[in-house]
Design a protein around this ligand. Sequence first.
Ligand code: HEM
Length: 492
Amino acid sequence: MHTDPSTVVDLDGPRGLPGLGNLLGFARGGTPHRALYRWHERYGPTYRMRLPGVTAVVTSAPAIIRTVLRDRPEMFRRGQFVSDLIDELGGYGLFSAEGEDWRRLRRVATRGLSTRYLRQSFGTILRSAGRLTDRWGAAAARGERIDVLEDLTRYTLEVAVGVTMNHDLGASGGADGDLRLPLVFETLRRRLNSPVPYWRYVRLPADRRADAAIAQARALILDRYAEARDLMAAGGEPHDYLTALAKADGDGEDPLGEDDVVGSVLTMIVAGEEPTAAAAAWALHYLATHPEAQQRVRAETAAVFGPDGAPGDFSMLARLPFAEAVVHEAIRLRPPSPFVIMQPLADTTVGDGDTRLHLERGTPIFVLQTYGSATDAARYPEPGAFRPQRWLAPNPEAESNAQPYVPFGSGPRFCPGRQLGLLEATLIVAMTCHAYTIEPDSSAGPVGERETFALLPTNLGVRLRPAPREPASAGPLPSGPAAGPSPDGNPL
Ligand code: HEM
C-alpha cells in the first residue's frame, strides 16, 4: 500500500527551550556529534532537531544519505552557514561553489590532486615530514613533551601550501613576513563558534589581521600563478596544483578569474589542513597507547625505508599497508568529519519505503556519515576497539540497508583530497614509528575532543624515545585474530 511520506513535523526529536531549541543540548552533550549520536540512540535513524529559527533533520538512514549525497549539485547544496564563512575569508572555491561553477572547479581540482601530480609533489611532502620528525627528534633528545596537534597542524599547513601554491612555508622557520595563514584558520574557528556574525558589521583587530593575512596570501598566489601560466605557455608540463590550474586555463576550459584562482588554492588549504592534522594526531594518540601496533609499523618500515629513515619514493608507500591501516582505524574511531550539513535546493522527497521523508527547500539535513562504523558490530567487531588489522582483510559485502561509513563523503562531491590526506598521515605514522617509540604524556590532562572544522584532540601530548632496531619483516599480528574488515567505501 502506498503511504504518504512523513514530513519534518511528523518526526520525533529532543524537546528544546523556547527560542533556543536544542542548542543547549549541543553545548551540554560534549562535541556536537556526540550529542547527535546520543539523540540517534533515543529517536532513531532520522529525527528532527530545533535550532534558533529553523528545524533541522538529522539522519543516518542509508536511503536518505544515498540520495542527499548523490543528487548534487542539482538538488542539494552544502549548508550555507559554513560555505558563507569560507567565502567571507576569500576562499570561494570548490568547497562552497555550487552549480556550473562547482563543476568547473571540480574538474580542475580533480586533475590537480590526481595521483600523477601527487607523485610529483612527493618530494615537497617528504621535506615537510622530515622537518617535523627532525624537530621531534630534537624534542626527544631534550626529553620534552610534544604537543602533537600543534605540530601536525603546522605540518599539514606546510604541505598544503607547498603542494597547492608552490611555496615553502617552512623555509623561513616562521619568520616575520612569511604567510600568516594560521591567523585565517583561527578566525574561521572563532567565527564557526560565534553566536552572532558580528564581523559582517564590525571588524575587530583580529579580523583586520586575518584580512591582511588573506591579502598577503592572495598576492603570492597570483604571483605564483602568473609564473605557472608562463611555464605552460612555454610548453612546460604541469607538475603541481598551480600548473594544473594554469594548464586547464590554456586547454580551452573557461578562463579562471583571479578570484577563482585564489579561492581554489585557499579552499584546498582550508579544507585539507585541519581534517588531515586531526587524522594524523588521533593516529599518534592510538599508537601511543598501543605499543604493539607501533612495533608492527616499525617492522614494516624496516623493510621499506632507506638509511635516511624515509621512503625513497612515492611507490614505497604502497608497501606500508599496516601504517595506512592505523590511519584508517584512527579515522574510524575519531572521524575528522563526523557529519556534513546539506540543504535541498527545492521541495523534494528522499528515502524509500518507511523512510520516505518530504523536505522543504532549505531544510538543513545533518548527514551522520560515519555513525555506521561506531555501532555496527557485525561489520566492525568490537567497534570501540583500536584494531588496525581489521583493514588488512578483504572487504565484506555491506548489507544494502547497512548504515553507511563514508568518512570522506560520497557521491560527486566526495573529498578530492582523500589520497593526499591519507598519504600525509600515513607518512607521519610510518616515519615517527620508524625513528621513535611513542609514549602518552597526560601531564596537561586527559585527552579530550573539540569540534571546529574537524574533530580535534585536546591535551594530546606524547614523549618520544629512540626506537629499537626492528628486523625487516611484517611480524605477527599484534593482537588477536584479524577482525571483520570495515570498508571505507563510497556506497553510491
Ligand atoms: C583525513 C583527511 C580528510 C578528511 C577526513 C576529509 C573529509 C572530507 C569530507 C567528509 C568532505 C565532504 C564530502 C561530501 O560532501 O561528500 C570533504 C570535502 C572536501 N575536501 Fe576533504 N578531507 C580530508 C582531507 C582533504 C585534503 C588534504 C584536501 C585538499 C587538498 C581536501 C579538500 C576537500 C575539498 C576541496 C572538499 C570539497 C569537495 C567538493 O565539494 O566538491 N580534503 N572532505
